[in-house]
Design a protein around this ligand. Structure first.
Ligand code: 4AD
Ligand code: MG
Length: 479
């Protein structure tokens, strides 16, 4: 007989039917005559209650049933008289597929700290919190593909190993097969990459954008969804060394189209979560409320589901970087030097404290900032006529700060080439990118959404290490 997943079992009203249910024990309570086992198989956050009569046949088995053990149950589906669930399973046969020794199994039926669970990342999927996050992550991946597919965007696989630095920020992980104990050197004493696997220096990509642009300049509308690697040494709750990024790129469009697409996409996926992940969201909302119960009223975050609805209902506030600097310069925390980085004037790079001030305190809704100083943005952004700013757009979210970074691209060969020289970007590794501006160049634009930052926002979790199964951060490569 095939097993029934707990998700469909809990919806069934086929009382009296025989079912097979398999899963992991969350809790066991036993009295003299009867034992109750809460079983979960990951198909839903809800457990099914298994009722076992304690008798000569079951006693020795029940002794081995502990939190974490895997069971296979054959039993009868019955209407539940207890509170909560509408059905339960009266076991006829209990089989232990895998024991979990309670003296060794680290997850006990009590609250564990997120820090503790990070050290047990191989098992943390078995907690309600991490299983809920995993299900939401899946739904968001699916929703993103659906959003773009429904709008005629083609998914492109951009390379993971590259010979160029897409962001020009030099935060790349090198890829090599050279013997590090015996590195070949050139006459000048430099590493001789001509002896390396690819015959030149190679890195893990920081972005799929440049290749997405090549595709957009033929297919019109494309997007990538891939792993991205950054060797920035920032040990924050919002940075990973390995994260996933969604990068749409489209031809025949400008920065306004770019902002509209990004806002539509964010609202679509948030709406999708509300429609398809409600049970998990309710659980995470309660978790957050519990977590914050000792915080002062003005430090508490908005209730999770209310927050998601709120973002869905608001048009995002759109303003220029220059306008934002004015607001920040005259803000209370700036005047009272409460910001860690006090804004002195135009040209300053915005830190997440400034982004969050604009979103959480000033506008109280998501914000899109445009037209940043060229000096703090990447080489490929379209240059404005003022000679100072570029057609960049960043989307800032409550609790997160920057969730999306994008821009209209410089489509003029001369301007792009000049900018690359100014920024010391070697043309010999990027000639192919420049050539697209020589042959049939068109206005085009795109953006990058940090997938884990989206999941942070949707789940209400506070640390990015908790929304990716196996986080890679400085000095941390377990699992
Ligand atoms: O702003 P970024 O660096 O933009 C790009 O990489 C462009 N090539 C995107 C494009 O226009 N196609 O990164 C985009 C987003 C950020 O807004 C942020 O959400 C996320 O990627 N991000 C990170 N997420 C987690 N850990 C990190 N270290 C991140 N760095 C950026
Ligand atoms: Mg950025």
């Amino acid at each position: 007989m095939r097993r029934t997943e707990i998700k469909s079992l809990l919806q069934s009203r086929d009382y009296g039917s025989e079912v097979v249910v398999q899963g992991w024990v969350r809790t066991k309570r036993a009295s003299k005559n009867v034992a109750f086992i809460a079983l979960n198989d990951g198909s839903t956050i809800n457990n099914v209650q298994i009722v076992v009569d304690v008798d000569n046949n079951t006693t020795s088995i029940l002794e081995k049933v502990h939190t974490g053990a895997a069971l296979s149950i054959v039993g009868e589906l019955v209407e539940s008289t207890g509170s909560g669930q509408s059905v339960e399973v009266h076991a006829k046969k209990v089989e232990i597929l895998g024991i979990a020794n309670p003296d060794e199994y680290p997850l006990q039926p009590k609250k564990h700290s997120l820090e503790f669970l990070r050290e047990k990342a191989h098992l943390r999927y078995r907690t309600n919190t991490f299983a809920a996050i995993a299900r939401i992550r899946h739904n968001m991946i699916f929703a993103i593909h659906k959003f773009f597919n429904d709008r005629g965007f083609y998914n492109i696989h951009s390379p993971i190993i590259t010979g160029s630095d897409a962001e020009g920020a030099g935060e790349m992980f090198q890829v090599t097969t050279l013997d590090l104990d015996n590195i070949p050197k050139t006459k000048e004493g430099k590493v001789d990459f001509s002896k390396d696997f690819f015959g030149k220096a190679a890195n893990l990509t920081v972005s799929g954008q440049l290749e997405a642009e090549l595709a957009a300049l033929a297919l019109s509308k494309v997007y990538t969804f891939g792993p991205t690697f950054r060797a920035e040494n920032s040990n924050t709750a919002r940075h990973l060394a390995e994260f996933w990024m969604i990068e749409p790129e489209f031809a025949f469009g400008d920065i306004v189209d770019d902002m509209n697409l990004a806002e539509d996409m964010l609202k679509y996926v948030i709406g999708y979560a509300l429609e398809h992940c409600m049970e998990d969201l309710v659980f995470l909302s309660n978790r957050l409320t519990e977590e914050e119960k000792n915080k002062k009223a003005d430090e508490k975050s908005m209730e999770l589901i209310e927050k998601l609805r709120f973002v869905l209902d608001q048009p995002f506030e759109r303003l220029t970087y220059t306008q934002a600097i004015d607001i920040l310069k005259n803000s209370n925390p700036n005047k009272k030097k409460k910001f860690q980085f006090v804004i002195e004037g135009w040209g300053a790079d915005l830190q997440s404290e400034h982004e969050r001030y604009l979103v959480e305190k000033h506008f109280k809704k998501p914000v899109i900032l445009t037209d940043y100083p060229a000096s703090i943005k990447a080489f490929y952004m379209k240059q404005n006529d003022d000679g100072k700013t570029v057609r960049a757009m960043d989307i800032l979210f409550p609790q997160i700060g920057e969730i999306i970074g994008g821009s209209q691209r410089e489509e003029d060969y001369e301007k792009l080439s000049r900018r690359m020289t100014e920024m010391d970007i070697p043309e010999e590794s990027m000639w192919w990118y420049l050539e697209t501006r020589k042959f049939g160049t068109v206005p085009h634009a795109g953006f990058g959404l940090g997938f884990e930052r989206l999941i942070l926002f949707i789940t209400g979790m506070g640390n990015i290490r908790d929304v990716i199964p196996f986080p890679r951060t400085p000095m941390n490569l377990e699992f």
